[in-house]
Structures are given as structure tokens and as C-alpha cells.
Design a protein around this ligand. Structure first.
Ligand code: SF4
Ligand code: SF4
Length: 400
């Protein structure tokens, strides 16, 4: 019998609130749902780990079930473990193996980013990608930046700061949107905070979401080892991606039972850190007015992190900026989920509430902290989508 997991399994009161809050269950009957895959089958898995419903691959790992559960059951973690068990027994298709290795894909695509970006736009290649690998021909592929965040940082010069933090940029900032990482560094430099930069493993979330738990655990161990030395010196560890933040803070412990107690207090979203500076009276006010009306989308993993919307209080300080909450639920992309041909229609159906909210509000720009939400909202609406830190950098006059 498997050791009893501390996932609050016995707290389940079978209310089915998780089912009504699952965006996947809302739009398709291909998925048996969070309750059946989670606590219902977890009881059997304690005796027999193979008790996994074959529909488990349809869980997008959005964690809305965890947020909604009134009893604090870690449903999404049960689902991730079940998915890992399923993949360990049946294997993962080549497509999932590739989509899960975001860091490796980033390094390879960066050998010729312009060529990769061009290839990703050619209809024939996209059609072949769907026929041969099962990658949706309809989904907009992420564009690779000409230089990675680390390459750009080597070209920057920042004065030593009164305080130091270490930044965990995540793969999407590293390879696709390094301008977001630069905005983080510039905004913090404005506060007299020096950002230490070191290359890390992918946080491991794409591996977890694709059931490749052994590789994710290895990535987690490497990151903990690297980050611990900063935590031991008292440095804050700053993230700008809510999914990286949630994975470092919660998944490493909940899913892999790794000891992150002494690390967790040091890990902060960049806006949580800016709020901390504001409370200490050390935040430099963003004074450049931005005459903009933008929609705000809260990523599911920021919701799951339970820290509210830390960017809100900071964005409220920017003169002239009007931020309207879209409040329309999950965008549907969920990392690699919406890139899979069989899941693309589900992903778009889930995201349709967000797309409609953007249209109804009539906003031409949207801000959201998650790179994948940025991609999906742009894909579904055509509007420009930014990380809030980019607008803040504009208000400080530091954006490049
Ligand atoms: S919401 Fe929580 S308590 Fe209710 S059925 Fe789902 S897991 Fe059980
Ligand atoms: S993680 Fe998301 S998709 Fe998976 S069961 Fe929970 S709510 Fe549904």
C-alpha cells in the first residue's frame, strides 16, 4: 500500500463544487472531472496505483478545483500524480515529450530563432505538424526572441543596489519575452534593488502537466539546490511568472514531498515584493502618466497561489492608467494543453468567455502576468497583451 499522502483526501465531503468549477468539465464530456479523477479514485490508488481513469490527460492542471474546494482537498495534485502514474505505465507521445521540455526546446530553437519563427507561420509546416505530431495547426506558436534574457542581461550595466534579490525568469521570459525580464530588472533597479541573474532549470511545470514526473522531480531538486544558497544568505527570490511561482512554492513540496520550508518565505512574485517595499515606505512612485484603458486577466495559477492580485495596488499608483478586471475565468491554454490538436477546440471554448469580455469592454490592450495567457488572449482577440511589469517600466520611463 502506498504511503498515505497529505493531500487532505478524507476532507472531501462529495459536494461536487470542484466539478462545477472545472473549466474543462464545463465544455467537454471527454473528461471524467476533478472529483472522480481526484478524491474518488485516489482512495483506490492508495491500494492500487494503476487505478487511473484514462481521461486523466484532459485535466489541464489549471487548479481551479483546488481554489474552489471548501475542504482544502489537493485535487489537482492528486490528478498530477495520477497522470504521472498513467504516463509511467503507458508512455507519453513524442509530442508531449517535446512540449514538456520547454527549456530544451528553447535552447534548440535559439540556434536559429528567425527560421523557427518563419517555419511556425508557414501553413504547410503547420499542417504537417498536426498530421505528424498532433500539434494544432490553428494555434499561434510562441515567437522566439533574437536574444535570450541572459544574453541581453550580459549587455546591460546596472549600478550596485542597496538591496539584492535573485530573479527566476522562467523559460518563456528567457527564450520568448526577454523584454519582460528586462522590465523586472529595470523596475527593481529604480528601487535601488540589484538583480542577481543565474541560469536555472525550467521550473518543471510543463513536465508535471504532461505526466513526466521523474524528470520534473530532477529539475525541482536542481532548482532547490541552486535557490537554497540565496535563501540561506537572506535574499528574496523574485518571479514574474505565476506558474513558476506556484511550482516553486507549492508543487515541489506537495507533489514531490521535497523540503522547501526554508525556501518558501523567500520566494515572491515581483509585485508582492514591490508591495513590500511600498509598505516599508521605500517604493519610488511611478510618475509618468499612462493615458491607457486596459483589461486585466488574472491567471489561474496566480489565483491558486492565494496572493490575490499583487499587481493591482502598484498599477493603481500609475497616473492616468485605467485597469478593468475582465473577470472571465480561465483563458484555456494552460501551458502546452491548447497546443495539442485534440485539445485545441476545448481550450478555445474555455477561453471564449475571456475573449468575449475583451470585446465587450472594448479594450485595445490587456495585461496579465502569465506568458501563456498573453499568447492565448492575443490569439483569441488580436489585441496587444503585456505583462503588467512592462506598463510599470513605462511609467518609470525605463522601458526599452
Ligand atoms: S470540492 Fe472538495 S470537498 Fe467538494 S467534492 Fe470536490 S474535492 Fe470533495
Ligand atoms: S486542475 Fe483544472 S482541469 Fe484539472 S480537474 Fe482541476 S479544475 Fe479541472
Amino acid at each position: 500500500m502506498r504511503q498515505y499522502d497529505n493531500l487532505a483526501l478524507d476532507n472531501c465531503i462529495k459536494c461536487s463544487i470542484c466539478v462545477t468549477n472545472c473549466p474543462v468539465t464545463r465544455v467537454t464530456d471527454k473528461f471524467a472531472g476533478p472529483k472522480q479523477n481526484g478524491p474518488d479514485l485516489e482512495r483506490f490508488r492508495l491500494e492500487e496505483p494503476a487505478a487511473v481513469h484514462p481521461s486523466i490527460g484532459y485535466c489541464s492542471n489549471c487548479k481551479n478545483c483546488d481554489v474552489a474546494c471548501p475542504s482544502g482537498v489537493s485535487i489537482a495534485t492528486m490528478n498530477s500524480k495520477a497522470k504521472g502514474e498513467f504516463v509511467a505505465r503507458h508512455g507519453a507521445p513524442l509530442r508531449d515529450q517535446l512540449l514538456a521540455r520547454v527549456g530544451l526546446m528553447g535552447r534548440v530553437c535559439h540556434l536559429a530563432p528567425a527560421l523557427v519563427n518563419w517555419g511556425g507561420r508557414v501553413k504547410l509546416f503547420r499542417w504537417l505538424g498536426e498530421k505528424l505530431f498532433g500539434v494544432s495547426k490553428d494555434m499561434t506558436l510562441p515567437q522566439y526572441a533574437g536574444k535570450t534574457f541572459y544574453q541581453l542581461m550580459r549587455q546591460q550595466k546596472f549600478a550596485p543596489g542597496r538591496r539584492k534579490v535573485v530573479y527566476f525568469p522562467g523559460c518563456y521570459v528567457t527564450y520568448n519575452t526577454p523584454e519582460v525580464g528586462l522590465a523586472v530588472v529595470e523596475v527593481l533597479a529604480k528601487q535601488g534593488v540589484q538583480v542577481l541573474v543565474e541560469e536555472f532549470n525550467c521550473c518543471g511545470l510543463p513536465l508535471i502537466a504532461n505526466g513526466l514526473l521523474a524528470d520534473a522531480r530532477q529539475a525541482a531538486r536542481g532548482n532547490i539546490q541552486q535557490l537554497q544558497k540565496y535563501a540561506d544568505q537572506g535574499y528574496r527570490i523574485i518571479t514574474s511568472c505565476p506558474s513558476c511561482n506556484l511550482t516553486l512554492r507549492r508543487e515541489y513540496h506537495e507533489l514531490f514531498d521535497l523540503d522547501t520550508d526554508s525556501l518558501n518565505d523567500h520566494i515572491m512574485d515581483v509585485f508582492e515584493y514591490l508591495n513590500e517595499l511600498a509598505r516599508q515606505g521605500e517604493l519610488v512612485e511611478p510618475l509618468n502618466p499612462l493615458d491607457l484603458r486596459v483589461g486585466y486577466h488574472q491567471p489561474c495559477h496566480l489565483k491558486a497561489a492565494g496572493c490575490g492580485v499583487p499587481s493591482k495596488e502598484i498599477m493603481d499608483r500609475i497616473p492616468g492608467l485605467q485597469v478593468l478586471g475582465l473577470d472571465a475565468g480561465c483563458c484555456g491554454l494552460s501551458g502546452s494543453y491548447g497546443f495539442k490538436a485534440e485539445k485545441y477546440p476545448i481550450s478555445m471554448e474555455i477561453g471564449s468567455n475571456v475573449f468575449r469580455a475583451v470585446e465587450q469592454m472594448g479594450v485595445k490592450q490587456v495585461i496579465t502576468e502569465c506568458g501563456m495567457c498573453q499568447l492565448q488572449i492575443h490569439h483569441g482577440t488580436g489585441v496587444a497583451v503585456y505583462h503588467p511589469i512592462q506598463l510599470l517600466a513605462l511609467a518609470y520611463g525605463t522601458a526599452k
